[in-house]
Design a protein around this ligand. Structure first.
Ligand SMILES: [Zn+2]
Length: 143
């Protein structure tokens, strides 16, 4: 239910696990083991957690949900963390030499971009670091 929120939390650089097929007990256990806070729209689930460890997301709109999370943890958007994680698998991205990924990206991209990052988890390649500032400024005005 919170797939878009999870994706945006990854864009913001937060370590975000997402699985919409697991049962409540598993969510509680995983949060305990991995030191995670559960985000949920399910009021019943929040009652099963102790006081900490679960945040009920009450708003419908994505950016309002993001604001709810940031307010709850007392954070502002951090430009340095932005786009530091893989959007697919949540791993922290690593800088990679252009020469090493030349064959894995379109020729046009290779010609026009100079900084690349690779996901050590799923090997996906990311570029377009210059968009980071644009995304940051857009988020700043909305959050
Ligand atoms: Zn990945």
């Amino acid at each position: 239910m919170l797939g878009s929120l999870a994706r945006w939390l990854r864009i913001l650089g937060y370590d975000t696990a997402y699985d919409n097929r697991i049962e409540d007990d598993e969510i509680i256990e995983r949060c305990r083991l991995e030191g995670r806070v559960a985000l949920t729209r399910d009021r019943r689930l929040t009652q099963r957690f102790r006081l900490r460890g679960c945040l009920l997301i009450e708003r419908e709109e994505l950016f309002e949900q993001l604001r709810e999370v940031l307010e709850a943890i007392g954070h502002e958007i951090d430009l340095n963390r932005l786009l530091s994680r893989c959007l697919e698998c949540n791993s922290l991205l690593e800088s990679v030499d252009k020469a090493r990924i030349r064959r894995q990206v379109p020729a046009y991209v290779c010609k026009t971009q100079s900084h690349f990052k690779r996901c050590p988890g799923c090997q996906r390649i990311y570029w377009g670091g210059t968009h980071r500032l644009n995304i940051y400024q857009r988020l700043k005005t909305r959050l």
